[in-house]
Design a protein around this ligand. Structure first.
Ligand code: G16
Length: 538
């Protein structure tokens, strides 16, 4: 029976860079999850009888929230829910299911790369009918709803059996449990040359894919091992676990250390890759080399036409503002569109929908294209495999030739995690106040707080990061993360351009040493945060 439950509103349900992320214990609080889902439904219009996609990354509490969301969707009048078996869908696969089925939208349960388990993080986000994260005007409307919500709708039906594929009914709404991998694998086979990649693997090329005990294990096993013929065991940490085995499912040099040591160390396979908690991020490494996400975006843009799905060339490339400018050089050379957006995949949606760009990427280990409206970890790995199979060169050779052709954008990101929020805000506000006086200092030619005017819908987004731009094109950027759940995380992004290929072999921390020192001192990082060193360097 459908029922309306009285509730009291929460004041802290503002979605961040990518949906609402909080500790599991917060989502477990009475009505907390229900209130947020009802706030989403309250801002949507015209969904009666339509389809909603639901799925998540399998982290702790996923199983409960999937059932809550199904009951609430039925009570609110959706006509059909499509849900991944076991309540699972990687974020890019969910985006594909929304698009393929012409769904009204989707609810994705994920806190991405954040740790899971009873003491870890959980998250909920809404994706629109284009398959992409809801734009800011919707997330802000959801927040406004949540602050005044008085009731939510649900039903008293029993839990659905999500282990079994097939259709059932909840209060007249049909619920279809689908294989989370099948549609996605079909999509990938249409974009990449699976025969060619299979022959590369058959010829002795070796790879490892780290699923980080998160959602992409089953996707990796089906695609790399079953369809492309890589030997069993190619996928490591391939079973999704609710607590990710106690690890941090963040594919970077720190958290995917075992893979990196194996591949970069040079004694392991030719190619290594990893994806994150919900499958939208990627890490690419080769024998003796780590490919930064910014370089990976530029190399993918330069070589995309080698993959059948992109053989006609790409319309343009977009990157988030803190991502290095390496992709801009490729866009200039190809004579295609190039855009710089705020951090957050949601800002690429309009550009992709309007056909202005084909490939997008972010320094935060995200790359993707117009095939879905999310970044896509397994897609990036397949794109690299397709490029490797066509060029018949090593990862290191492709990267160093790219630098020789375009110059190298040395790049690093220094994160200061769990800093006191007041100190972090004081630091950013202090810099903002001093922006005019910084121009002229130390060859700084521009100092501003990044704002973005969306060329498609005309919306303006302000306050997206402090930029110090130097005469030679070097940049230092400061911004506060919008995805953390404890305190504040200060991110400092440092970049310098080196055209001379004789100087392309330096460790970025060495090549950028003087800019790093300046970045710390001009922002008074140690004085204001008490931190002499960052917690994570990527
Ligand atoms: C999310 C967003 C990305 C963003 C990243 C880091 O990724 O979708 O667009 O770059 O967070 O954001 P921040 O610097 O604000 O922490 P994910 O993989 O966490 O969903």
């Amino acid at each position: 029976m459908i029922k309306t439950v009285a509730t009291t509103p929460f004041q802290d349900q503002r979605p961040g860079t990518s949906g609402l992320r909080k500790k599991v214990t917060v989502f477990q609080g009475a009505n907390y999850t229900e209130n947020f889902i009802q706030s989403i439904f309250n801002v949507l219009e015209g969904f009666a009888g339509k389809t909603l996609v639901i799925g998540g990354d399998g982290r702790f509490y996923n199983d409960r929230v999937v059932q809550i969301a199904i009951r609430m969707a039925a009570a609110n009048g959706f006509g059909r829910v499509i849900v991944g078996q076991g309540g699972l869908l990687s974020t890019p696969a969910a985006s594909n299911v929304i698009r393929k089925n012409g769904a009204f939208g989707g609810i994705i349960l994920s806190a991405s790369h954040n740790p899971g388990g009873p003491d870890g993080d959980f998250g909920i986000k809404y994706n629109a009918s284009n398959g992409g994260p809801a734009p800011e005007k919707i997330t802000e409307a959801i927040f406004a709803q949540s602050k005044a919500l008085a009731s939510y709708k649900t039903t008293d039906t029993a839990d659905i059996d999500l282990a079994r594929l097939g259709a059932t009914k909840v209060e007249g709404m049909s619920v279809e449990v689908i294989d989370p991998v099948a549609d996605y694998a079909t999509l990938m086979q249409g974009l990449f040359d699976f025969d060619l990649i299979r022959s590369l693997i058959k010829s002795g090329f070796s790879m490892k894919f780290d699923g980080m005990s998160a959602i992409t294990g089953p996707y990796g096993s089906r695609i790399f091992e079953d369809l492309l013929g890589a030997p069993k065991g190619t996928v490591m940490n391939g079973t999704p676990l609710p607590d990710f085995g106690g690890h941090h499912p963040d594919p970077n040099l720190v958290h995917a250390k075992e893979l990196c040591d194996l591949v970069i160390g040079g004694k392991g396979p030719d190619f290594g890759a990893a994806s994150d908690g919900d499958g939208d991020r990627n890490l690419i490494v080769g024998k003796g080399i780590y490919v930064t996400p910014s370089d990976s975006l530029a190399i993918i843009a330069a070589n995309a036409a080698l993959a059948p799905g992109y053989a006609k060339g790409i319309a343009g490339v977009a990157r988030s503002m803190p991502t290095s400018c390496a992709a801009d050089r490729v866009a200039q050379k190809l004579g295609i569109n190039q855009f710089e957006t705020p951090t957050g995949w949601k800002f690429f949606g309009n550009l992709l929908d309007a056909g202005k760009v084909t490939v997008c990427g972010e320094e935060s280990f995200g790359t993707g294209s117009n095939h879905v409206r999310e970044k896509d970890g397994v897609w990036a790995v397949l794109m690299w495999l397709n490029i490797l199979a066509r060029r018949k060169e090593s990862v290191a050779s492709i990267v160093t030739k790219h630098w020789a052709e375009y110059g190298r954008n040395y790049y690093t990101r220094h994160d200061y995690e769990e800093v006191a929020s007041d100190a972090a805000n004081a630091l950013v506000n202090g810099l903002r106040a001093r922006l005019p006086s910084l121009v002229g200092q130390n060859n700084i030619v521009k100092a501003d707080d990044f704002a973005y005017d969306d060329p498609v819908d005309g919306s303006r987004t302000t306050g997206q990061g402090i930029r110090l731009i130097f005469a030679n094109g070097a940049r230092i950027i400061y911004r506060l993360s919008g995805t953390g759940t404890s305190g504040a995380t200060l991110r400092v992004y440092i970049e310098d351009y080196q055209p001379d290929s004789a100087r392309h072999n330096l460790d970025p921390q060495v090549a950028l040493a003087s800019l790093i020192t300046y970045a710390r001192s001009v922002a008074d990082i140690e004085k204001l945060t008490g931190r002499a060193e960052p917690t994570v360097i990527t």
